[in-house]
Design a protein around this ligand. Structure first.
Ligand SMILES: Cc1cc2nc3c(=O)[nH]c(=O)nc-3n(C[C@H](O)[C@H](O)[C@H](O)COP(=O)(O)O)c2cc1C
Length: 343
């Protein structure tokens, strides 16, 4: 049975990618996922916001190096107006470099630990750092880069076009400086989703990862407080992704990776039939451990044997919107009696 696929120009031995999450922030897990048969792994994202927080912490800390530097700067800048501000910026930059270097070491170690493609992931908030981080990550040896961009359109002063422009600006800047493939992992908050994703594909994204799952706040009605909602995906959460993978496959030029709610072989097969080149799992690993990897792959193989398919290529996209007789099936949103078979 041939499970191999190509994803962003990379050859994967199968379409199962371990998605970026806390688990992929540890070498031990990455090795285990590779041993269990994963086709590729996306490392835990490096967050620019987190670096900023760590920088602040570093500046307030009792670090010996910092004390030494502070003393040196004090001696140099005493009596010079604004010089201390510059010195602080310099130290902050040092702290940022330090955190970034730790991530780069992690990328290198992950690459040496496994023989499957290692995709790094970055989530930044400023245009400068996206490109700077991306270049350094490429130098560290990552096989590809996933840009984790999630703009919640909650700012009353920015319209849809302004929000969406950010994705294009980041993608263009990063692509200018990188030769490794770049995937864009996004949420579904776009005013014209199909149109924008087609344009992002045309703007150079090698793949789109649909969709990242946002952290959602909830309300505790007993304590009358804001609480966190369930972090892990449930049984039916794959459906939004399925609709959009099916709608875009065969139409846009870049590859597609399905993400969210893929918890078993059945949901993975559905995404492949809809047209995904690969699929990512995270919640399934948290809930069931690394053995879910061979279970999903074995389930795909059994299904392929039952249907008489020898390779993924034979059925990938078979039920995408552009391939089926009644594409309107993917456009239905109302529970009309005729479709939903219920009054
Ligand atoms: C605990 C946890 C941490 C995550 N951290 C990241 C991250 O650092 N970067 C990222 O792009 N996605 C992150 N994700 C999102 C997952 O990669 C994935 O897109 C999402 O969980 C939906 O897939 P699933 O239904 O298989 O869990 C995280 C998810 C979880 C549950």
């Amino acid at each position: 049975m041939n499970l191999s696929v190509t994803y962003m120009g990379l050859t994967l031995k199968n379409p199962l990618i371990v998605g970026s999450c806390g688990l992929t922030g540890h070498l031990k897990n990455i090795r285990e996922f590779a041993e269990k048969g994963a086709g590729a792994v996306v490392l835990k994202s490096i967050f620019e916001e987190q670096i900023r927080m760590e920088t602040e912490h570093f500046l307030k800390s009792d670090n010996e190096k910092l004390k030494e530097w502070t003393a040196t700067f004090d001696a140099i800048v005493s009596g010079t107006p604004h010089a201390w501000d510059e010195a602080e910026a310099y130290i902050a930059n040092f702290a940022k470099e330090h955190t970034l270097k730790e991530y780069l070491t992690f990328v290198k170690e992950a690459k040496h630990s496994v023989d499957i493609p290692v995709i790094a992931s970055i989530h930044c908030v400023s245009k400068y750092d996206w490109t700077y981080f991306a270049r350094r990550i490429q130098e560290a040896g990552a096989d590809a880069l996933e840009l984790n961009v999630y703009i919640l359109p909650s700012d009353f002063d920015h319209d849809g076009q302004e929000n969406e422009q950010v994705y294009f600006d980041i993608l263009r800047e990063v692509k200018k400086h990188l030769s490794i493939p770049v995937a864009l992992k996004i949420g579904s908050y776009f005013s014209g989703l199909a149109h924008t994703l087609k344009k992002l594909s045309g703007a150079g994204a090698n793949a789109l990862v649909l969709f990242n799952k946002p952290y959602n706040p909830d309300i505790d009605i007993h304590r009358l407080t804001i609480s966190a909602s369930e972090i892990y995906s449930g049984e039916n959460q794959y459906q939004k992704t399925l609709r959009w993978i099916a709608s875009l496959s065969g139409v846009i030029s870049c590859d597609l990776a399905a993400s969210t709610g893929i918890l078993n072989a059945e949901t993975a097969i559905k995404q492949l039939l809809a047209g995904a080149n690969a699929f990512q799992i995270a919640s399934a690993l948290y809930k069931q451990g690394a053995d879910i990897i061979p279970q999903i792959l074995g389930g795909i193989e059994s299904w392929m044997a039952e249907k008489g398919f020898d390779s993924i290529e034979e059925f990938k996209g078979m039920l995408g919107k552009s391939k089926i007789e009644h594409p309107v099936a993917y456009d239905r949103v109302q529970f009309m009696k005729h479709y939903a078979k219920i009054e």
